[in-house]
Write a protein that binds this ligand. Structure first.
Ligand code: ADP
Ligand code: MG
Length: 467
């Protein structure tokens, strides 16, 4: 049963996540349609519950039917050195060799309509689930230079929704820098302060799906009406709307209605309004009405405090030099930063290995590799010409001098290897050559790699620099 579940899960998530969170699980027993699985720590179990409970439910229901249950068994000897990181969290009576934490996973929600914000059970008596995640709040959104403006603007909005000039509040920044977290935090805080207000968090993607659905079902007016009832509308990742003119149009109307009525709108985006593409001008100009606040890459101190806070909250101790190593090597994505530390905790707790610097290096390397962006042809030309101490113009020139020809051929070879660009496009970018020239270059490099030791070394060196 478990193997079938695993196969299904593996098809549905990232390989790294699967390795970290599902491989360490051990199936223990199956009785009364309840599958017991052993997980390495309480933290591990919480993570599964928070992130993968739906997937687990689906997988299990497929295997065992609607009455399936899942029981977690938490392995307790989870230590670094001799410490017991979880002693505070688990009642002492449970602190045996194997502590069992029995959890029923309700396979079918009693109230499925409450999970879908876009259900209108009679307009008058409307109930809107805010879709907020209480785990994303201001308390655990740590402040640093990189996010101070956005964070305090968010707090101002939460204190007086619709009553500040930050309307809309647009939070923008790169992947994993806290946009979604901050968006939820604003909503959670408002719900806390003003429980009677209707708050809705929704991703632009889901908003778009709902809109398309409403057009199909001929309920476009209901859709608009529904959104016009909301006091605080939070839309995450509005860049998703680019190129979707129908959705932009309907959003424009909703926005205007809300804004005119003093309702608060909060938006997030991966780009500043000026850099957004394929978003209608009239919508962009609305975005600029309020405040755009950027979430920047966190500085070293902030990275350290985020890591320490994470460890503290999970009741895990870790040597400072390990924390320092992770903070020094993962700089531009808080999700990766957390992912690395979580992976370290998981690996060490499961293998009962102490967290060594070496383990930290391995984990960090994996994270950095996994998320490596494709290198550009420009970058390849730069690296190759630097390596041969020439400038890019020389590399691209028409000269037939042997070492320049070789450098050029190497640049073409790596462009083929490391980018998805076509031969023709590589040729045109590296000194306006045609695709046949690029093909010839790749073959030449392959041949030389086998016959020429010095050349082999060029390839190895450059491969290292580029990857
Ligand atoms: P984005 O939506 O920008 O891609 P997220 O909001 O999903 O990023 O954040 C990625 C992860 O980093 C989340 O787990 C979030 O809790 C965490 N995070 C981001 N910023 C902070 C912060 N200032 N303090 C603590 N955790 C943060
Ligand atoms: Mg996000």
């Amino acid at each position: 049963v478990w193997n079938n579940c695993l196969a299904f899960i593996e098809d549905n998530i990232q390989p790294q996540a699967f390795k970290t969170w599902f491989e360490p699980i051990k199936p223990v027993k199956l009785a009364d349609n309840a599958l017991s699985i052993q997980v390495p720590s309480k933290f591990f179990y919480e993570w599964l519950e928070e992130h993968y409970v739906k997937l687990l439910k689906v997988a299990l229901t497929k295997e065992l039917g609607e009455t399936a249950k899942l029981v977690y068994i938490i392995r307790m000897e989870n230590t670094y050195g001799n410490r017991e990181p979880f002693t505070e969290k688990i009642p002492s009576s449970n602190r045996s060799h194997v502590g069992a934490q029995e959890m029923d996973v309700p396979i079918k929600s009693k109230n499925p309509e409450l999970r879908n914000p876009f259900v209108i059970p009679g307009i008058r008596n409307i109930k809107i689930e805010s879709q907020l995640n209480p785990n994303y709040n201001f308390d655990n959104f740590l402040e640093g230079d990189s996010n101070r403006l956005a964070r305090s603007a968010g707090m101002a909005v939460a204190n007086k929704p619709g009553g500040t000039s930050f309307n809309p509040l647009l939070v923008f920044g790169g992947v994993g820098l806290g946009k979604t977290h901050l968006a939820h935090a604003i909503g959670v805080e408002i719900k806390d302060k003003y429980p009677e207000r209707t708050v809705l968090y929704i991703s632009a993607e889901k908003f778009t799906q709902q809109y398309i659905e409403s057009v199909k079902k001929n309920t476009r007016n209901d859709f608009i009406h529904f959104y016009q009832l909301i006091d605080v509308l939070i839309i995450d990742d509005v860049q998703f709307l680019s190129g979707k003119s129908g959705t932009q149009d309907v959003f424009f109307h909703i926005f205007n209605h809300l804004h005119q009525n003093g309702k608060q709108v909060v938006l997030t985006s991966d780009k500043a309004p000026v850099d957004m593409q394929d978003i209608e001008q009239r919508l962009l100009s609305r975005f600029k009405w309020g405040l755009s606040a950027e979430l920047q890459n966190p500085d070293y101190e902030t990275r350290i405090s985020i890591l320490k806070n994470k460890l503290y909250r999970d009741g895990v101790e870790m040597p400072d030099d390990i924390v320092d190593y992770v903070a020094k090597h993962i700089k531009t994505n808080i999700r990766e930063l957390e992912g690395a530390i979580i992976s370290l905790i998981a690996q060490s707790s499961f293998n009962k290995k102490e967290v060594t610097l070496e383990l930290a290096q391995q984990v960090v390397e994996k994270f950095v590799k996994n998320t490596k962006r494709e290198v550009s042809i420009d970058y390849i030309q730069k690296v190759v010409s630097d390596y041969f101490e020439m400038d890019v113009a020389t590399l691209q020139s028409k000269t037939r001098k042997r070492h320049i020809v070789q450098a050029r051929q190497l640049a073409m070879f790596f462009a083929k290897k490391f980018t998805k660009a076509s031969l023709a496009s590589i040729g045109s970018q590296i000194g306006k050559r045609d695709h046949a020239t690029v093909l010839h270059a790749c073959k030449t490099v392959d041949n030389l790699a086998e016959t020429d030791k010095q050349f082999r070394k060029y390839i190895d060196d450059l491969t290292k620099k580029l990857s």
